[in-house]
Design a protein around this ligand. Structure first.
Ligand SMILES: [Zn+2]
Length: 233
């Protein structure tokens, strides 16, 4: 005859939410007489979250220290987490990018000013190695940015390049094309970027620069053609 063994679940009362919960719902704590934490895992997690919101610096410092002192283990932990959460993480970072667009753009401009040649060479190399993907990506970009795509075509066909002074602020100019796209989307009618003084005309030759750009409706642009400019004689 064997002694009867206890097969039921040990229940403990949570010191925070006061609910009776199975022992497995509590983290281990060897110093306590029950061998478990006084609050259940859910309550402990909630308390941690609140404390973290109150003292972000404390937690950041603690995480940095843990990372420094256990680099290999932490990297493995991160790799495992990342493999499971890759898509969610990518969406989170896209969402962050959308919310911080001006900052991201400013950072982009700074990086390009510093390493433009290197970055262009790197992306040209990638395009050569991934021709199909590059083409698909470019088509998708054109679909999403019709105004900017038209701008690029015009730049390529040379007229604007000849009319663009060295000091032109291309970032400010791209902003004009973005504005035209935004207005088109918001109003449902077509907006275009126009050169106030036309680039090609028998009497004048306007510059392709930020001071000569304005965002007007397509129908106004068509009425104007290349025949009029602000202080026309
Ligand atoms: Zn609880």
């Amino acid at each position: 005859m064997t002694a009867p063994t206890f097969t039921g679940e040990v229940m403990l009362r949570c010191g925070a939410c006061r609910l009776l919960k199975a022992e497995t719902e509590f983290a281990r704590h060897s110093d306590r007489i029950t061998g478990s934490q006084h609050a259940c895992k859910a309550c402990a997690e909630q308390a941690r979250r609140q404390d973290r919101a109150r003292n972000p610096g404390k937690y950041r410092e603690r995480e940095r220290r843990r990372w420094r002192e256990n680099k290999v283990r932490e990297q493995a932990r991160f790799a495992k987490w990342y493999a499971k959460n890759r898509e969610a993480d990518a969406e989170k970072s896209r969402e962050w990018g959308r919310r911080n667009k001006p900052m991201v753009q400013a950072r982009h401009v700074r990086r390009y000013a510093k390493n433009g040649a290197l970055l262009r060479a790197r992306s040209a190399a990638w395009r050569t190695a991934n021709r199909g993907r590059a083409r698909a990506k470019s088509r998708e970009w054109q679909r999403l940015n019709p105004e900017r795509a038209r701008f690029n075509v015009r730049v390529r066909n040379g007229v604007q390049r000849r009319a663009q002074p060295a000091w032109a602020d291309t970032f400010a100019m791209r902003e004009a094309y973005d504005l035209a796209a935004l207005r088109t989307q918001a109003t449902g009618i077509q907006w275009q970027v126009d050169h106030a003084v036309p680039l090609i005309n028998k009497k004048v030759c306007g510059l392709h620069c930020e001071f000569n750009l304005r965002v007007i409706t397509a129908s106004e642009n068509q009425r104007k053609q290349n025949l009029r400019w602000p202080d026309m004689p």
